[in-house]
Design a protein around this ligand. Structure first.
Ligand code: T46
Length: 147
């Protein structure tokens, strides 16, 4: 797992963890506290048996999320339009914030990989930007407006 995230609108989120090995671990995520928003949706991705599978390849206009790898490992590729970073996700108590306007792609799933995502809103397809050139144009439009 990475020590520092250099991408805008992202960051590392470390959950409280009770290590009771050999009786297992207990890991806690509280909304509006360690998770920086009210959680409206939870989804998980499993059965990632195809080693060449690629998921994500999009950005969100407004949605905020925190992504965890709660079993196994995968590679998370982040891109804020200026900086790119690859993060190996392999620690179930450490999540990465996927803030607004962050192009993200997931690859290199281990066979036992399970991804858990906590999201600030319900599913809305019109919040997705699924084309990379459109993503760059969208960011540039926002930057111009902010000047
Ligand atoms: C994200 C990454 C990390 C729904 O109908 N409701 C939902 O809540 C979700 C998440 C998806 N869907 C539908 C939309 C598509 O027809 O499920 C289908 C697969 O979704 P998608 O191709 O967007 O899956 P991923 O794994 O590429 O992306 C997902 C989330 O969609 C996305 O918000 O940030 O995980």
């Amino acid at each position: 797992m990475v020590k520092r995230v250099k991408i805008k609108n992202s960051g590392i989120i470390k959950l409280q963890r009770y290590n009771d090995y050999p009786d297992g671990n207990l890991i806690i995520a509280e909304a509006n506290r360690i998770i920086p928003f009210k959680i409206k949706r939870v989804y998980y991705i499993n059965k990632l048996d195809n080693p060449r599978a690629t998921r994500g390849k999009h950005a969100h206009k407004n949605l905020e999320q925190v992504i965890f790898c709660i079993n196994g490992s995968f590679a998370l590729h982040l891109d804020d339009g200026e900086t790119k970073q690859k993060i190996i996700m392999n620690n179930s108590s450490v999540g990465i914030k996927l803030g607004r306007l962050l192009w993200h792609t997931m690859t290199d799933f281990s066979k036992n990989c399970v991804i858990l995502v906590l999201a600030s809103d319900y599913y809305k397809e019109n919040d997705y930007i699924r084309n990379y050139d459109e993503f760059l144009k969208y960011i540039n439009r926002i930057k111009k407006k902010q000047k």
